[in-house]
Design a protein around this ligand. Sequence first.
Ligand code: F3S
Length: 412
Amino acid sequence: MSRETCLHLNDKDRAFLDGHFGPAEKLAMEVVVDVGRAFEAERLIPITSAHILGHYGSLHDAGIELLERLAADGGACRVPTTVDPSSVDFARANAFRVSSDYVSRQDRLRRAVERLGVTPSWSCIPYHSMNVPRFGQNIAWAESSAVVYANSVIGARTNRTPFGLDICAAITGRIPYSGLYRKKNRVATILFDVQVQQLSDLDYHTLGAIVGSRSGSAVPAIRGIPTSVTNDQLKTFGAAAASSGSVALFHIMGVTPEARLQGRFSGCESMQRMVVTRDDLQEMERRISTADPAAPVDMVTLGCPLLSVEELKQVFARMGGRQVRKDIHFWIYLSQETYDLAVPMGLIGALEAAGIWFSTGTCATISPVKVWGFSHVMTNSAKCALVVPSEHNVRISYRDIDTCILTATEAI
Ligand code: F3S
């Protein structure tokens, strides 16, 4: 049997291919079908939401061309669709020294995305409010940190949808039935036994980096995490696991929905098992940090993934009225939604008065911060620490939030 005959299409799928819904829908379905055949999917399935990439820093001119073509041909999202952070904070482009050419290219992407009917969330944490899937729903999301959260913490189902397929799935409302849409592929195949007392916020980032780097293509189960773990800790754990490896789904015994009943893991003793100790966490912290500790820090950044209001409240409390040093840039990245909530709470005004710069709808990794010439960046985010050096020529100090704040504010 040829690959072509393996993929079953229903009458509506064929109507898309025949152009009955318009040229953009026809192209979008051709992409979805081609991917389905490449992955030997047996059929397409409906999705309830999409989350797409829209940042120029990764999509370049090819991304503009695809999105503009789909928009010009009348394409429109058939399911609720949000978009990941932009490469430009349009309200602060001048202050952040973004070139006008770069701004205009991101603006073309922005306009195309909006013409396609995407909710302009410009956020990698859409699951906080703007795009909240339910347990068991099939969705087509891009952005590895959002994908791993949706799969693991919510129990929705998505692969790491690449750019191109994401918007085509949004326009057709269909996705190939493959990978993590299939129940059998969601079963844990490697077990991590965490033998560490009192995990700190930074430990969750670091643990994620360990799990991601050791899991390969396996779905990890993690044992030893307290049920008091917060959603923000799960967010940072997942982001690190997804960026240090290819993890798109994890199960935390007694915590995440597909592992709430620990009895389901009665077969876990036969899985490959790895123990994680405090020594492993400390070793990974050392590996993530690449800077000479004696070298001066020129940028401190928080907000990867973008900070929640609760995390911002922690920053405010920990600042304790201190001022940012004149020789250090302290940047925090938020969604516009979080920023708008934090303004009337007094958090933004107080922290800006202390010398912190806020940027909304973008982040350090996907925006052109190169122009600042930073050489030593300090962050509390394992994902940021792992990814930023591949985008910008910098050394990283990976530290907890208290050290980040102390470094940014201590007297010269
Ligand atoms: Fe989000 Fe940017 Fe980090 S998109 S997960 S803040 S690299």
